[in-house]
Design a protein around this ligand. Sequence first.
Ligand SMILES: [Zn+2]
Length: 391
Amino acid sequence: MKINSQSMKLLNERLILRTLVEKGSLTRIELSRITGLTPSTIGRIVYDLVKMGFVEEGDQVQTSPLGRKATSLFLTKKFCSSIIFNVGVEQTEVAVGYLDKTTKKLYEFPTENFSKFIGHVNEFLELIEKEQPIDPERTSIVFAFPGIVDTAKAEIVYTPNLNWRNVKLHDLIHYHQPIFADNEANLSILAESAISEDVKKSGNAFFLYMSQGIGGGAMIDHKILRGERFAGAEIGHTVVEARSDVRCHCGNYGCFERFASLLLPVAKYEKNGKKLKGKTLAEKFDSLVKMNNLGVEEARKALEDFLHYLSIGIINIVNTFNPKIIVIGGDSDLIWKSFGKDLYGRISERVMPRTLDGVIFRDSVFAGRTAPIVGGNIMSIEHIIETLESS
Ligand SMILES: [Zn+2]
């Protein structure tokens, strides 16, 4: 691009928006210090961004003990940056997001079959258009799916646990806003990279998404690994029992997710007619973990194979991607807190020498199933900034 004054202005507008997205509310002086732009350039660009409706002026804040007061600037919530459908095998959550990275969950519906699902999506879009501040020029629609998604075309390639294949979302949604779709684990690692300092800094991280199946999102040098056909980091379908006759939905045998998804320990515990507290798989798994943590022997037994195979899967992640941070999340944020010491022992016995040096393991900072929602909103915000046209 030839750098003339117009394109320079656009680059500066993007820089200021990105800085506000990353840091939150700032004064003009702080913006100048962080971006290196002169106070007069900041003044002009902020004036335009306020006029365009992206930035608002807030309260006067004291910038130093003796200094004069300055006006804080923040990103507007007058329009939603995104409408997000977080599709799980049992439930789909509907949320909206804003430019300042915050999100708000609005509704939930049972996922059921695909035609009912699309019916619900169009109904909720109609409702949200009426009730929320939607800007047709700026609000994107984002889907998070448990499976392989062609992100370039917003096409579901294959979701093993729902058995949806080759769906072009553009053909089915009655709205003309931009539509994005991605795998739930990819959106989760994107969310961690935007919110968590460790992932933001390192850029080499893996999100292990635990639910009915197991998803993987790999970030390498700050970029999400998608692969040639969008199946990059599908760790749930790597084999952990080579001669197993346990068939997976994907067609293979002995897949990681058939041995270590949250379904396994829950089913094992309930096999003898005992019921776990909770309606959803996530609630049941969490009650099992809490019983284990209280020392209940049956709970411990039900979790033993799960922990063994989970450690095998994590060893494969370490030996394949060698990330700096391994985040465990999805339907539970209790796994590393509860079993970290046990898992680390099993993992360190079998990985190659030195591969764990400095590696951080932790649960996701996002409780419940919010990581893909935040990631979906981050994707929309990036789109708004990338497609910004100068005033
Ligand atoms: Zn499989």
